[in-house]
Design a protein around this ligand. Structure first.
Ligand code: GLN
Length: 248
């Protein structure tokens, strides 16, 4: 088994809210504990991306303004390249604004329409009332089934097309739209979520599911050795109890 995982960090300059970059550090550290190196390539706006060479593509969140700024860069070819990488089965973790970018469009609450890459059948419409706060959801079986805790802050309400599966079901908080009980999206090997925080350090089971998915595309049957996650899971459980009992 190759001992390197290649991570492509798309738009680190524009999409990096609430410590989303911490997801990269978390993946690197959890891989290092297993003797695997994570090679990270940053692809800021204006730079050429080589998605074909990546095992995992990470896209953080951003505000409406940054999402509007990156549109022209997307349209210069990255949209088609990213779409092709997704169809090709690349593992992708996309957070909030980065998640919205994978759908058809985002119409901001004040009427600006951002036509995105249309890799997955969903759209997002901004609402004046934001969904803000710690939240929790249960991943679907196809995404490992673990419970995830995170922080959401978005005006966008996302509606999945028919047959498109959410990443999980909301246990507390808003998620995709605060209406249908769904959170995020799971499509091929794409994991889209509203969870900032960053999501991975306090959800080690989800992190390993994601890493296994990426590693298995090159090495089917490969499975990461379990780690002693006592501390991480204690933090996760404490937050989950607070969120579920709304003690915040
Ligand atoms: N601008 C988007 C929204 O408010 C995304 C925000 C974010 O990434 N936190 O819906």
């Amino acid at each position: 088994m190759s001992s390197t995982l290649k991570i492509c960090h798309l738009y680190p300059d524009l999409l990096n809210l609430y410590g989303d970059r911490g997801n990269i550090l978390c993946m690197q550290q959890r891989l290092k504990w297993r003797g695997i190196t994570a090679e990270v390539t940053e692809v800021p706006a204006g730079a050429k991306a080589d998605f074909k060479d990546a095992d995992l593509i990470f896209i953080g969140g951003g505000q409406d303004f940054e999402q509007e700024v990156l549109l022209s860069d997307l349209k210069s070819g990255k949209d088609q390249e990213l779409k092709a990488a997704i169809q090709d089965g690349k593992t992708v973790l996309a957070i909030c604004g980065g998640y919205q970018m994978l759908g058809k469009y985002y119409e901001t609450w004040d009427g600006v329409r951002c036509d995105f890459i249309d890799a997955i059948d969903f759209y997002t419409v901004g609402s004046k009332e934001r969904m803000i706060g710690n939240f929790a959801f249960q991943c679907g079986d196809a995404s490992g089934g673990s419970t995830v805790v995170g922080f959401e802050n978005h005006s966008g309400k996302t509606y999945l097309g028919p047959g498109v599966e959410p990443l999980g079901k909301i246990l507390a908080g808003g998620g995709n739209n605060g209406e249908d009980g769904g959170e995020g999206v799971r499509y091929l090997n794409v994991f889209g979520t509203y969870s900032h925080g960053p999501i991975l350090p306090k959800n080690p089971e989800f992190c390993d599911f994601l890493l296994n998915t990426a590693l298995q595309t090159r090495n089917p049957g490969f499975r990461l050795e379990p780690l002693d996650d006592g501390l991480e899971l204690a933090a996760h459980d404490a937050v989950l109890q607070r969120v579920l009992s709304k003690q915040e």
